[in-house]
Design a binder for this molecule. Structure first.
Ligand SMILES: [Zn+2]
Length: 220
C-alpha cells in the first residue's frame, strides 16, 4: 500500500486519464467497426466510413458516469439550512441504456427529500441522476442508487425517487409495446416509514393512487 502511494505520486509511465480515454476510444472504434462488418455492411461505404468512431464517441459519452463518483458530482455543494420542509425536483430528464439489451430507456425522474439541517444544490440532484443514468442500468436499480446516494450525501431524514420511463427494448423488439411506461420508485427513511410523508411526495407528483401502498418498490 505504501509503495503504491509512492508510485502514484512519482512521475510514472502510467497513462494519464486523457491517454486512457483515448485508448478506450480507439478500442471501441475497432469493436464498432467489427459489429458493422459482421452484420454484412461495407465499412468503406461513404455513409459508414466515420460511423465506428462516431458510435464509439457516443457510447463513451453515454457511459461517462463510470468516470465520476458522488464526491466529484456534489463538489461540496451542501449548505446549512434550518428549513426542514420537503424539497422536490420534478421532471428531471433521464436517458440511460438498459444493461440487458444496450438499448435506451428514456423518461423522467422525480426526487424528493426531507432535509435534516443540510440541503444540496438543486442542480446537483440532476447531476446525480445523470451520473447513474450514464452507466448500464436497470430502472429499478437506478431509482435505488439515486435515492441512496442522496440520502448518504445529505444526511436527510428521508428520500423518495420515482422514475417513469419508456424502454426501447419493449418498443422496438420483444413484446413491441409502443406506449408502455415503466414506473419505479425507491423510498428511504421517513419516505418509507411514514405514509403521510410518502403521500405528500406522491400527491405533489400527481401520483397519489398508484403508490399509496407500502413498500411501493416491491409491487412495481
Ligand atoms: Zn432491455
Amino acid at each position: 500500500m505504501k509503495n503504491k502511494t509512492l508510485f502514484s505520486q512519482s512521475q510514472s509511465n502510467e497513462p494519464s486519464n486523457h491517454d486512457a480515454k483515448q485508448i478506450k476510444l480507439d478500442r471501441l472504434t475497432e469493436l464498432f467497426a467489427s459489429i458493422i462488418s459482421t452484420i454484412g455492411e461495407d465499412l468503406h461505404r461513404e455513409g459508414l466510413v466515420k460511423t465506428p468512431r462516431r458510435a464509439a464517441k457516443a457510447f463513451q459519452y453515454l457511459m461517462s458516469g463510470y468516470d465520476l463518483n458522488i464526491e466529484q458530482v456534489v463538489n461540496n455543494a451542501l449548505f446549512k439550512c434550518d428549513n426542514n420542509e420537503m424539497v422536490i425536483v420534478k421532471d428531471i430528464e433521464l436517458f440511460s441504456l438498459c444493461e440487458h439489451h444496450l438499448l435506451p430507456f428514456i423518461g423522467k425522474c422525480h426526487i424528493g427529500y426531507l432535509p435534516d439541517g443540510k440541503v444540496i444544490g438543486l442542480s446537483k440532484m440532476a447531476r446525480i441522476v445523470d451520473m447513474y443514468a450514464r452507466r448500464l442500468q436497470i430502472q429499478e436499480s437506478l431509482s435505488n442508487q439515486i435515492a441512496q446516494s442522496l440520502m448518504n450525501v445529505t444526511g436527510a431524514s428521508g428520500v423518495g425517487v420515482v422514475i417513469e420511463a419508456m424502454h426501447s427494448c419493449m418498443i422496438a423488439r420483444g413484446v413491441r409495446k409502443q406506449n408502455a411506461t415503466v414506473k419505479t420508485c425507491a423510498m428511504i427513511g421517513s419516505f418509507k416509514n411514514d405514509p403521510a410523508i410518502r403521500k405528500e411526495f406522491l400527491t405533489s407528483l400527481h401520483l397519489p393512487g398508484a403508490y399509496s401502498f407500502s413498500p411501493p418498490s416491491e409491487d412495481l
